[in-house]
Design a protein around this ligand. Structure first.
Ligand code: PA5
Length: 447
């Protein structure tokens, strides 16, 4: 049994029994299509069996590389974009305490991200910062040709060569890429970088449980064995339970698709802990890139409450009624804070004396769920007991599986991303890349 629970108590009044029943039938068909690998994009379904097929030797090799990094580096720069960085960042930020990270994870290195945008100031500051630091680089790119990480890696490699000498760079660079194709693979072979393979049948946004996510997560000091164990548990459950037996992924896919059909075009992922903010970023890519096709798809957005109740709360409560929410509810904090009585009660908070801060947060959550339901915003609740490696592993696999099912229910290929090429082709044309001369003329004619 997995540790995740899903509840539709704040959705029921928005949907009819018949709609949900029909949705469950479609969801079960989609689940079968996914499991039997007969649908669109079937060549990219390696992630479905990934947790159960990850061997202890695979994990050991990743842990050993992480230990090497930890033995000589203060910093690991993770170079990647989209699916090649968001998963690792989601897990690392969810598990890293905001304060005293170094004390709690003595063996870990601090993770820095690069190559996920093209901002000159960020990269020049990063290079200056690393000048007198001990650091390694994990460059991650399945295609091995993506412009943003390729530029960042070129800059970092030059710095590494200058600091450590070309012959020593191979102890500091770890490449995660395709087994044979791409410029990064060629570079890795030439320099002799240790290489980790991204399987052919796993696309970027479904790759967090491959070395793409696992190496940075291990280097940050977290247990990749526990993460995979959690995912494995979820894999077993979602593969064995049908939509009519309470499969939580098909339930989630059914509810969100039914709400979409009834006009709720935007889904907001809500969390009440800042630790999950990058899980939301990862989730947005997963669902946005998987479903936003052929002019269809729920637009994935995210907020963090109660922070954003003071900025986005007004719109959500009273604005256009096109919103649905999915709230991730964490049952217990790792460590609670107790509120005590004060003799003067100048701040008027003595009524909270004896309560835990988590109780206040839970009341804010329940109050919001009720208010949003009353205001016309249905909320799906996903409850996890606590945030740790196993639970995050369960959560990631749950969302991946639900996304595959949901995309098939919508009638799109959830495993391609043809739309992301357009900006790249225009950028190449504008930058004068060979072969793009005609496009340059065409696009400049548009402005
Ligand atoms: O999910 C995806 O496919 C994308 O987000 C890619 O991961 C992203 O574009 C980076 O691609 P690559 O790993 O080839 O550099």
């Amino acid at each position: 049994m997995s540790n995740l629970k899903i509840s539709d108590r704040f959705v029921k009044s928005f949907l009819t029994e018949t709609l949900v029943q029909k949705g469950l039938e479609n969801a079960e068909k989609a689940r079968q299509t996914l499991l039997q690998k007969t649908g669109q994009g079937k060549e990219f379904l390696g992630w479905v069996d990934l947790p159960s097929q990850t061997s202890s030797e695979d994990l050991q090799r990743i842990r050993k590389a992480a230990e090497t990094i930890q033995s000589h580096s203060q910093y690991l720069v993770v170079v990647g974009i989209g699916g090649s960085y968001l998963g690792a960042r989601a897990v690392i930020e969810a598990l890293t305490p905001e304060f005293s990270a170094q004390e709690l994870h003595k063996k870990s290195v601090k993770i820095i991200y690069a190559g996920h945008h093209l901002d000159a100031d960020y990269h020049s500051r990063l290079l200056a910062f690393l000048e007198n630091k001990e650091f390694s680089v994990n460059v991650i790119s399945k295609s091995g040709t993506t412009t943003e990480p390729a530029i960042a890696f070129r800059l970092l490699l030059s710095l590494l060569e200058r600091k450590y000498g070309r012959e020593n760079v191979k102890n500091r660079v770890f490449a995660t890429t395709d087994k044979q194709k791409g410029a990064l693979k060629q570079l890795a072979d030439e320099y002799g970088f240790p290489t980790f393979i991204i399987p052919d049948d796993v696309g970027g946004r479904y790759s967090v449980l491959t070395p793409v996510g696992l190496l940075p997560i291990a280097a940050a000091g977290f247990s990749i064995n526990k993460l995979i164990d959690g995912a494995k548990q979820m894999e077993a459950e979602l593969k064995s339970k049908t939509a009519f037996e309470g499969n939580i992924a098909t339930t989630y896919a059914t509810i969100r698709n039914s709400l979409y059909a009834s006009g709720k075009k935007i889904e907001i992922l809500v969390s009440y802990t800042p630790a999950l903010s990058f899980v939301s970023e990862w989730w947005k890519q997963l669902f946005g890139e998987s479903e936003g096709k052929t002019t269809k798809g729920i637009f994935p957005a995210s907020v963090q409450f109660t922070t954003d109740l003071h900025s986005m709360g007004q719109y959500i409560q009273d604005g256009e009624r096109i919103l649905m929410e999915t709230t991730i509810k964490v049952e217990s904090p790792k460590q609670d804070v107790y509120l005590t009585e004060k003799s003067d009660d100048r701040d008027g908070l003595n009524y909270l004396a004896g309560k835990k801060l988590s109780e206040v947060n839970q009341s804010a959550m329940l109050g919001t769920l009720i208010a949003h339901q009353d205001g016309g915003v249905p909320s799906i609740e996903i409850t996890v007991p606590v945030i740790n490696e196993e639970i995050i592993g369960e959560l990631l696999y749950f969302f991946e599986f639900a996304c595959g099912v949901s995309g098939y229910m919508l009638g799109v290929n959830p495993f391609d991303q043809p739309g992301v090429e357009d900006y790249k082709n225009n950028m190449f044309a504008l930058l004068g890349k060979k072969g793009y001369e005609k496009r340059k003329e065409e696009i400049l004619g548009h402005i």
